[in-house]
Design a protein around this ligand. Structure first.
Ligand SMILES: NC(=O)c1ccc[n+]([C@@H]2O[C@H](COP(=O)([O-])OP(=O)(O)OC[C@H]3O[C@@H](n4cnc5c(N)ncnc54)[C@H](OP(=O)(O)O)[C@@H]3O)[C@@H](O)[C@H]2O)c1
Length: 390
């Protein structure tokens, strides 16, 4: 890991909604000897964020502010070379993200983001994995609600099972919350590109080696009623099952044959039908440029749910793992998934890469593969519950 840098950790996107919450979390929880800084494209806006942090503690009066517009690759490179770890909340990642990944891979700088855009992750693997392996950089996507509760939840679950038998896991997500402008824009953008998403997935599949003598796959489940959990399950084609399957490919603890299915859970069939109709309507609208822009204008970028609304938001993810004659049930749960908990997850993951002992790996990695053992106790200490159930 690079040691000759001005900063241990730079938070890029600090002037945005999720970046601001992440900055506040770091201000409350970063160790005093962590040399961290805020980055963004507007000094005036960065100064406003720092003023909020000074209200948390006066020692942040001198917190370094780094001005960088990452649409200019040279500025992204200067920023990446200034720090050991860079965490970015600048999205949509498909639109803005690549210069930062490229700069970190080249400079040997550890990188984290909160993307949930599968096409972005696949394209970054194909374009920058090998460079990162050579420079020693760890490129870790999906360090927010996409996909930490699912990835670390499955990690927590399978490590309670033997590693010499096939393991099948289903994960069932339930959540209540409101999206920010940035999330809404990223979702619409990603949904408008099904063809490019498929192409990126195929390109990655051809480039990425498979584990020797083991297999790990995400399996699209079918809608059904889960008798054990008491929910109606709908297959949830987010980036999460792919991230979990990649952890399964990277980690022998997932056994010789690992299969994962990912679902949304609802209490009644009526809610399930409403969920399918809602997603289908947004997906159809995302294909039509003017409709997409109209929808995006309804939730402006930079804005998101206020504190009172976030306080009412919640998530649970239930896991059922079957290995031979053994079944293990677990649950990961917490508060507002999109923002309060995402800020916590990103900040804890960034501090974990900056400060903890992690496996000596490099390249594009999942959260569980890059830092599972060290991140799990951090998240538990930060109030995200990982429980084993009867
Ligand atoms: N995985 C998850 O669970 C999860 C949860 C929350 C958010 N997200 C994702 O995180 C991303 C951010 O969401 P958000 O609601 O926080 O968005 P946001 O409020 O719109 O923030 C975007 C940030 O990007 C900055 N930015 C844009 N272009 C830039 C450039 N060229 N150079 C430097 N900075 C630039 C903006 O700076 P200015 O202030 O100067 O405009 C702002 O700080 C989205 O992609 C969203 O989908 C994921």
């Amino acid at each position: 890991m690079a040691t000759d840098r001005d900063h241990d950790l730079v938070l890029l996107g600090a002037t945005g909604f999720t970046g601001g919450l992440t900055a506040e979390y770091l201000a409350r929880h970063a160790p005093t000897d962590l040399r961290w800084a805020l980055a963004g494209r507007s000094l005036v806006k960065l100064e406003r964020v720092r003023a909020r942090l000074v209200e948390i503690h006066p020692m942040y009066t001198d917190l370094p502010l780094l001005v960088a517009d990452i649409s200019d690759p040279a500025q992204a490179e200067t920023l990446a070379a200034s720090t050991r770890v860079l965490a970015t909340t600048v999205g949509p990642y498909l639109e803005y993200g690549e210069p930062v990944v490229a700069a970190c891979a080249k400079a040997g700088t550890d990188y984290l983001d909160i993307t949930g855009e599968p096409e972005f992750m696949d394209r970054m693997y194909v374009a920058h994995h090998q460079t990162a392996v050579e420079s020693g950089a760890r490129i870790v996507h999906a360090c927010g609600f996409d996909s930490i509760p699912h990835d670390l939840g499955v990690y927590f679950t399978v490590t309670q099972l033997p590693d010499d038998v096939p393991i099948t896991v289903r994960g069932v997500v339930r959540a209540g919350g409101t999206p920010s402008g940035g999330t809404f824009a990223s979702t619409l953008h990603a949904m408008s590109r099904p063809k490019q998403m498929r192409e990126a997935m195929v390109a990655r599949r051809q480039a990425e080696p498979r584990p020797q003598g083991r297999s790990s796959r995400a399996v699209a489940g079918k809608p059904h009623r889960d008798r054990l959990l008491g929910y109606w399950l709908l297959p949830l084609p987010t980036c999460d099952p792919m991230v979990v399957a990649r952890s399964g490919a990277a980690l022998p603890a997932y056994g010789p044959k690992f299969r994962y299915s990912h679902f949304a859970g609802t209490k009644t069939l009526r809610y399930a039908g409403m969920g399918v109709a809602g997603v289908a309507a947004i997906g159809a609208a995302a294909q039509v440029g003017p409709l997409r822009r109209f929808l995006a204008s309804k939730v402006p970028q930079g804005e998101g749910p206020d504190e009172a609304r976030r306080a009412k938001s919640w998530f649970t993810v239930d896991f059922v793992a079957e290995a031979g004659d053994q079944t293990v049930r677990t649950r990961v749960s917490g508060g507002d998934p999109g923002y309060t908990e995402t800020a916590k997850m990103l900040a804890e993951a960034a501090m974990c890469l900056a400060s903890d002992d992690n496996p000596p790996l490099a390249g594009v990695l999942t959260p569980a593969a890059a830092m599972g053992d060290a991140l799990l106790p951090r998240l538990q200490a930060a109030g995200i519950r990982f429980e084993t159930r009867d």
